[in-house]
Design a protein. Structure first.
Length: 330
C-alpha cells in the first residue's frame, strides 16, 4: 500500500510541470492571436489614414489655387486650367438618388415576396438569380446599358416621357430636350439595377430572422399579410434594412465603369434628367490617364477627396441613425 501511494504521488508531482507547460503554451497562443487581431484592426486605421493623407496632399495644389470656388464652379477646361467640381458632384448625387428611389422599394417588395408570399419551389431560383445579378461585373452592365438599354430608352421611353409631361410645370423641365438615350436618368436606372441585388439579399436575410411566433401571433389576431409586414416585420428588422440600403447607396456613389458608359460624360449641369452629365468617379476614370500638368492631376485627386467625404458623411449619418434606432428598440 505504501508503494502504491508513493507511485501515485510521484505521478501527480510529474503531472504538475506538464500541466503548467500546457497552460503556458495556451496563454502564449492566446496572446499571439490577440496581438495579430489587434494588428489587423490597426492596419485598417493605418490604411484609411494613408488614403486620407494621400488625397489631401494630392488635392492641395487645386484647393489652394481655386479655393472654395472649386466646389461651386461648373467650368472644367483643361486647356485654360480652370476646373470646377459642381457638375460631377451634382451628377453623383442625382444618379444615386434616382437609383435609391427605384431600388429601395423594389428591393423591399422582392424581399417581402420571397419571405412571405413566394412558393417554396420558386424561392431558390429567384434567390439564385438575385445573387447572379450581384456578381455581374460593372463593365458588363455598362456595355448592356450602352448597346441595349440606352437605345430602348431613346426609342420608346424618353419620347413618351417628353410627350406625357410636356405641359406639366415642373416635370416638363425634368424631362425636356431631345431623347439622347444616354444621360443622367439612364445612369440612375443602371445604378438601380446594380444595387437592387444588395438591398434585396440583405432585406431577405433580415426578414427571415424575424421569429415565426411574432408573425403567427399577428396572423392569429386577424392581420393581413400587408399588416404583418408593416407592423411586425419592418419594425423588427428596420436596423438591418437601413444597413442594406446604406450598402447599396455606397455602391451607387462609387460606381465607375457602368456610369461612364451611359451618362454621356458632359461637364455641365442640366435641369433635364434626359441630358448628358457626369459623376466624380466617371470624370476620374475618363481623364486621369490623360491629365497633364500638376494642377489638372490635383483637380482630379480633389474630386476623389470630395467623393470620399460624401461617402463618409453618408455612412456617418447612417451609423447615427442606426444607433438611434437601436436605442429606441432597446
Amino acid at each position: 500500500m505504501v508503494d502504491v501511494a508513493l507511485q501515485s504521488s510521484a505521478a501527480l508531482t510529474s503531472d504538475v510541470p506538464s500541466r503548467a507547460r500546457v497552460l503556458d503554451r495556451l496563454r502564449m497562443g492566446d496572446a499571439v492571436f490577440r496581438n495579430i487581431t489587434r494588428l489587423a484592426a490597426l492596419a485598417v486605421l493605418v490604411i484609411l489614414g494613408g488614403v486620407i493623407v494621400a488625397l489631401i496632399s494630392g488635392a492641395m495644389p487645386a484647393l489652394q489655387t481655386f479655393g472654395l470656388n472649386f466646389l461651386v464652379e461648373e467650368r472644367w477646361n483643361p486647356v485654360t486650367e480652370r476646373f470646377g467640381a459642381i457638375a460631377p458632384i451634382y451628377g453623383t448625387i442625382v444618379t444615386s438618388f434616382i437609383a435609391m428611389l427605384i431600388a429601395v422599394p423594389v428591393g423591399l417588395m422582392i424581399a417581402v415576396f420571397l419571405t412571405e408570399l413566394c412558393p417554396m419551389w420558386l424561392r431558390r431560383p429567384i434567390g439564385i438569380a438575385i445573387e447572379l445579378l450581384a456578381g455581374i461585373p460593372s463593365i458588363i452592365y455598362g456595355i448592356w446599358g450602352l448597346f441595349v438599354f440606352a437605345p430602348f430608352l431613346q426609342q420608346h421611353v424618353q419620347p413618351a416621357l417628353i410627350g406625357l409631361f410636356g405641359n406639366v410645370p415642373v416635370l416638363s423641365t425634368l424631362f425636356a430636350g431631345p431623347p439622347y438615350g444616354i444621360g443622367v436618368m439612364t445612369a440612375g436606372l443602371i445604378l438601380a439595377i446594380m444595387v437592387l441585388p444588395f438591398i434585396t439579399s440583405i432585406s431577405r436575410d433580415v426578414f427571415d430572422a424575424v421569429p415565426p411566433m411574432l408573425k403567427e401571433s399577428a396572423y392569429g389576431l386577424g392581420c393581413t399579410t400587408w399588416e404583418v409586414v408593416r407592423y411586425v416585420v419592418l419594425p423588427y428588422t428596420r436596423v438591418g434594412v437601413i444597413g442594406g440600403v446604406m450598402l447599396g447607396l455606397g455602391r451607387a456613389l462609387g460606381e465607375t465603369m457602368a456610369v461612364t458608359f451611359v451618362i454621356g460624360n458632359a461637364h455641365k449641369i442640366s435641369s433635364s434628367l434626359l441630358a448628358p452629365g457626369t459623376t466624380i468617379s466617371a470624370t476620374i476614370a475618363n481623364e486621369f490617364t490623360e491629365a497633364v500638368g500638376d494642377l489638372y492631376t490635383s483637380s482630379l485627386i480633389a474630386l476623389g477627396l470630395i467623393l470620399f467625404l460624401i461617402t463618409f458623411i453618408v455612412l456617418a449619418c447612417a451609423r447615427y441613425l442606426l444607433l438611434r434606432l437601436e436605442q429606441r428598440i432597446g
